[in-house]
Design a protein around this ligand. Structure first.
Ligand SMILES: NC(=O)c1ccc[n+]([C@@H]2O[C@H](COP(=O)([O-])OP(=O)(O)OC[C@H]3O[C@@H](n4cnc5c(N)ncnc54)[C@H](OP(=O)(O)O)[C@@H]3O)[C@@H](O)[C@H]2O)c1
Length: 294
């Protein structure tokens, strides 16, 4: 446990866990396999699976009591969507208040059946965030040993900087959308700021949620052709090249795989050994942009 990194090079994302139709024992075996492949960090969120994700993972952890200590658990809070099981919520909104943080941590710990969250992210930037109040609430959770580290998700560089300066221990990460069809984080200052602050990024939907394989728009067709070309040169698969595109970046980008398929999981985990050179990388960049470099 002491040697486990907070973020494994590739992270296992469990957004779609409720769609995989696995029993708790099968979920535990799935997590075991992810661990064997080096994916020691799980990415969860309170809202995933209609607020069922923590309970589903908790069932797996209870089915295999040794599992928890071999894992790092990342989860997120702050998105409030009306639902039968959440009768107090009338309107879809964000809530980063101290009370919400405390309640979300309590729910997560109870549902997961654990005494600590390794990393808790603010899921989305909340225009009503009171940074001082949030920082105080985070410090209380950290002092109680219930949350070990804090981070954010989908934050622009300006709010990422504010949170880094405010939250206890600074930010451990910003989790943002990054894949060859979506280059915003490379261009809006996110990767620059990550290097300046020396904090790693987590990349969600590294395969564009599957669109990389299915979409038929001009950008997707160009990118797919480029991925196939680079993959062919390296004797690799297209999904591995998409992961290697992120892993190649000096800002220390950790792709979060969303596959439920163990064969694909193994292949994507192996992308850490695929080294793209600058020309491979810019082949993908240029294909995404659809125009030559200036
Ligand atoms: N912070 C945020 O706001 C945020 C937002 C979205 C996601 N996330 C995190 O990021 C994780 C990953 O997101 P994602 O699920 O969108 O990731 P993704 O890896 O881009 O997409 C996964 C989807 O692509 C499909 N897929 C994978 N390989 C494929 C292949 N070779 N051919 C065809 N389809 C393929 C998967 O189906 P199979 O299962 O059948 O392989 C799955 O439906 C989530 O689990 C979550 O933890 C965070």
């Amino acid at each position: 446990m002491a040697d486990l990194p907070l973020l494994s090079p590739v992270v296992a994302g469990l957004w779609r866990l409720d769609q995989w139709e696995l029993t708790p024992e099968e979920r535990a075996r799935w997590i075991h396999r992810a661990l064997e492949l080096g994916l020691t960090t799980l990415d969860l969120a309170e809202i995933y699976g209609g607020y069922s994700c923590h309970a589903r993972v908790g069932e797996a952890l209870r089915a295999d009591p040794g599992l928890r200590d071999r894992l790092r658990i990342v989860t997120k809070f702050g998105i409030e969507v009306p639902k039968d099981t959440r009768p107090g919520v009338r309107v879809h909104h964000y809530d980063t208040s101290a009370g919400r943080l405390r309640a979300s941590v309590e729910d997560a710990l109870r549902e997961l059946g654990t005494d600590r969250l390794d990393l808790l992210l603010v899921h989305r930037w909340d225009p009503l965030v009171d940074a001082a109040e949030l920082a105080e609430a985070c410090a209380a959770e950290q002092a109680a040993g219930r949350v070990l580290h804090f981070g954010v998700s989908n934050f622009a560089p300006s709010t990422m900087r504010l949170m880094h300066a405010t939250l206890p221990g600074g930010l451990a990460t910003n989790q943002v959308e990054m894949h060859p069809l979506h280059l915003a984080a490379f261009e809006d200052g996110t990767t620059d700021l990550a290097q300046e602050l020396d904090l790693p990024l987590m990349a969600w939907s590294p395969l564009a949620g599957g669109r990389l394989f299915q979409a038929e728009d001009a950008q997707a067709l160009r990118v797919r052709t480029a991925l196939e070309e680079v993959a062919g040169r390296h004797g690799a698969e297209v999904d591995q090249v998409a992961f290697a595109f992120l892993l190649r970046h000096p800002a220390r980008v950790h792709p979060i795989t969303g596959t439920g398929n163990l064969e694909r999981l193994a292949r994507q985990a192996a992308a850490v050994d695929l080294q793209l050179d600058r020309e491979d990388w810019f082949t993908l960049w240029t294909a995404s942009k659809g125009e030559p470099l200036p």
